[in-house]
Structure formats: C-alpha cells, structure tokens
Design a protein around this ligand. Structure first.
Ligand SMILES: N[C@@H](CCC(=O)N[C@@H](CS)C(=O)NCC(=O)O)C(=O)O
Length: 206
C-alpha cells in the first residue's frame, strides 16, 4: 500500500489524523501542491483525478476519496472504532461526514479558490481547468455563516459530532475549523459549544 499526500492540505490532514488515531504507518510520498506536482504526467499516471490524498492498494486499486480510504482502513483495522460500532451509528457518522464535506469543506474551498491569483483556472481541483466565479466566494461565506451556528446548536446537545463517541466526523469538522483560517475566518465567539467541542477534539487527537 502506498499513500500519496501533501501534509499541509486539509483533505490529506483528515487521513493523517485518522492514521494517527489508528496507530497506522503507511509508506508515504509527498506530492508538492505548491509546485503543481499533482498536475504533472508522473502523478497523472498514479491518480488521474490529480488530487491528494491517493491511496494505492497492493492490488493496484487507487482510492481517491478520503471517505473511501477511511472505510477501507477501518475494515482492516477496526480498533479504535472511528466509524461507529452499530449500523445506526455508522449511518450517522457517514451522514455527518457527507454533510460536512458538501456543506462546510466545499464552502471554505469555494471561498478560497474563487479569488486570488493562486487558483486562476484552478477553482476546482482535478483535470478540468475551471475558471473562478467570484460570486462563489460570497456564497461560501454565506454557507459558513449558516452552518457554524447550526453546528454550535447541535454540539450543545451532543458530546461529539455523531453522538457519544469520537469519530471521523469529528476529524472532518476539526480539519474544517482549522481550514477556516485559510480564508481568514474563525468560529464566532458566540458559538461557545462549538468552541468547547474544538478544545475537546484537539485534546483527543493530540
Ligand atoms: N475528493 C477528495 C478531495 C481531495 C482534494 O480536494 N484534495 C486537494 C487538497 S485538500 C487537492 O488535491 N488539490 C489539488 C489541486 O488543487 O490541484 C477527497 O475526498 O479526498
């Protein structure tokens, strides 16, 4: 198994925290996103989606989505449980991850990539050159402004994102909260439950 990643980027960090909590070490090669190494022919042969992380399994299968990598590795290494221990818990964990990815991670990425020179024609990762749409910055900020208080209200009732146990949904939210700094945003002061959860989550992964 070989992992292609770039440690400073948020999606790679999701997997890195998962591996840390599982106590797993995988043969790893860094792909330098700052140098656009992901767009070069060598990496295209490995992962035609041109994204990191990518996990190449021993039979040559390439996993390109963190959620797929979580699922594969959790099946092989169930302890500690990070994806729920019952069918219902697992469903909640996956639902939260999906919601956080589509509602928060993509909103932050949209606000980051649709402005500034670094992402001209690279508003989305991948092989298709995508022009920036400045309105998506505002839309991303609008989504973030809605979801953070919603998460705060949820975490007033729930110790962890998907219930009583720490899970990959907490990893994903933790990474999203830190990703906010990339667009000079942060959790509003009034979101005290979300802030408390953040401290708990940081201690859990430390
Ligand atoms: N679908 C991927 C998302 C991966 C992704 O967006 N990775 C970013 C880094 S956080 C990337 O590869 N960016 C390359 C680029 O911007 O060209 C997943 O769930 O893991």
């Amino acid at each position: 198994m070989k992992l292609y990643t770039y440690d400073p980027a948020p999606n790679p960090r999701r997997l890195a925290l998962f591996l840390k909590l599982k106590g797993l070490a995988i043969d790893t090669r860094q792909v330098d996103l700052l140098a656009n190494e992901q767009l070069g022919d060598a990496y295209r042969q490995i992962n035609p989606a041109l994204s990191v992380p990518a996990l190449v399994l021993d039979d040559g299968t390439v996993l390109t989505e963190v959620i797929g990598m979580y699922t594969y590795l959790d099946e092989l290494h169930p302890q500690p449980p990070l994806m729920g221990s019952t069918a219902a818990e697992r469903a909640q964990v996956i639902s939260w991850c999906h919601r956080l990815f589509s509602g928060l991670m993509m909103a932050i990425a949209g606000a980051l990539r649709n402005r500034g020179k670094s992402f001209i024609n690279r508003a989305l990762p991948g092989p298709l050159d995508t022009p920036q749409i400045p309105e998506l910055v505002e839309r991303g900020l609008l989504q973030i402004g809605y979801i953070l208080p919603e998460l705060d209200a949820h975490l007033a009732q729930s110790k962890w994102v998907a219930g009583d146990n720490f899970s990959i949904a907490d990893i994903d939210l933790l990474v999203c909260i830190d990703f906010l700094a990339w667009i000079r945003q942060s959790v509003p002061d009034e979101c005290t439950h979300l802030k408390d959860w953040y401290q708990r989550a940081c201690s859990h992964v430390a």
